[in-house]
Design a protein around this ligand. Structure first.
Ligand code: PEP
Ligand code: MN
Length: 370
């Protein structure tokens, strides 16, 4: 059960103290406090943990300082969408709103290789009105002999260039807790020119200790990729690990699943799950067409499979798109075959807009039939 308190309530307030005193008398119920500092107000939520079936929602609503009460089901307690649950399905970061109704594009390098490539990439994003990007510094690779990413060495110039060209958020995968400290330190040293969204890759979706550590910090939002060989429900539980530790700024990423039924694509596209994740949880949903498709093959009408896949996710209501681009894909150290070229960015952006417009028309159409 979740008690949502009146905005801006402080632990020093009498109503808060009376409420806590009352809750402490409930038998075998633990209270976990979650405070979320928003732009306009601070929201406090109390999670009652234990067997709450005998606790009445109306009794809780009557307690001092309580504004709303949500009785949660067992699954996805924090991030889930429960009955009569009007908690928000968005969060704000770096002046941008990430929610189930917004759309942000994160085009960029799968892996940072050279400073020159980073600058070419970021500059063209700026020239096309983009404020987010993806940049891999820590790369989990199948083979230990493959390039593993430049790690902390590249962070200062990546962050400086992001600041120089007005990039507000960089999605960047981390595979170890030390990477978060390195990112924090590099941001601090360069004067916080940009923001970072920590990405947990598909190979780490069920790395529970990493999830707990990433969930314990509330500074950076998190993009959790779906595990490529587990059920959707298992991946949603993984997201709940982040939230249960305190970080509710979580975006769920679909990137295809591993099966040879998807051949000749790299993974089997799962973008039909965009509305499913939005129905089951309050998380914004990201799609990664690059890692799902894995190549630059085209349909007979001349449209890249990558663009078709992106369109399928966006027209189904995706809220974020992660897309690999590279100034010279044949020289890319990771995933060159699936990278779009920089001069394909305007076409990509226009094509996304076509799908987004169609999605919005579909939403309006549906509302007329309800
Ligand atoms: C990536 O986005 O660079 C990546 C490695 O993705 P995934 O974890 O989905 O394979
Ligand atoms: Mn990649």
């Amino acid at each position: 059960m979740i008690l949502i308190l009146t905005p801006n309530i402080e632990p020093e307030n009498d109503s808060y103290k009376q409420l806590m005193a009352h809750l402490s008398r409930l038998q075998e119920i633990k209270v976990r406090v979650h405070r979320e500092q928003g732009i306009e107000q601070t929201i406090t939520e109390l999670y009652l943990i234990g067997n709450t079936s005998s606790i009445s929602v109306d009794d809780m609503k009557g307690l001092p300082g309580v504004e709303r009460v949500v009785r949660v089901s067992e699954e996805y307690r924090v991030l889930g969408r429960h009955r009569d649950d009007d908690r928000p399905s968005h969060f704000d970061y770096q002046g941008l709103r990430f929610g189930q109704e917004t759309l942000h594009l994160f085009a960029g390098l799968c892996a940072v290789d050279t400073r020159e490539h980073v600058e070419l990439m970021i500059r063209i994003l700026r020239d096309n009105g983009q404020v987010c990007t993806r940049m891999g510094a820590y790369k989990p690779r199948t083979s230990p002999y493959s390039f593993q990413g430049h790690g902390k060495e590249c962070l200062p110039y990546v962050f400086e260039l992001a600041g120089k060209y007005g990039i507000k958020v960089i999605a960047m995968e981390v595979t170890h807790e030390s990477h978060i400290d390195e990112i924090r330190a590099a941001l601090c040293r360069t004067g916080d020119p940009t923001g970072v969204m920590l990405q947990i890759g598909t190979r780490n979706t069920q790395n529970f200790e990493l999830l707990k550590l990433v969930g314990r910090q509330k500074e950076f939002p998190v993009l959790l990729k779906r595990g490529f060989g587990i059920t959707l429900s298992e991946s949603l539980h993984a997201a709940e690990y982040l939230a249960s530790e305190g970080n509710h700024k979580v975006i769920f990423g679909l990137r295809g699943v591993k099966t040879n039924m998807g051949d000749p694509h790299r993974n089997f596209l799962d973008f039909a799950h965009v509305p499913v994740v939005k129905r089951l949880t309050r998380m914004p949903v990201c799609i990664d067409p690059s890692h799902a498709i894995g190549s630059r093959t085209r349909g007979p009408e001349g449209i890249l499979d990558l663009l078709h896949a992106t369109a399928q996710g966006v027209i189904a209501g995706a809220n974020m798109v992660l897309a690999d681009f590279h100034p010279a894909p044949n020289r890319a150290l990771v995933d060159g075959p699936q990278a779009l070229l920089l001069d394909e960015l305007p076409h990509f952006l226009e094509d996304v807009q076509v799908s987004r417009d169609a999605y919005e028309k579909r939403v309006a159409l549906a509302s007329g039939y309800r």
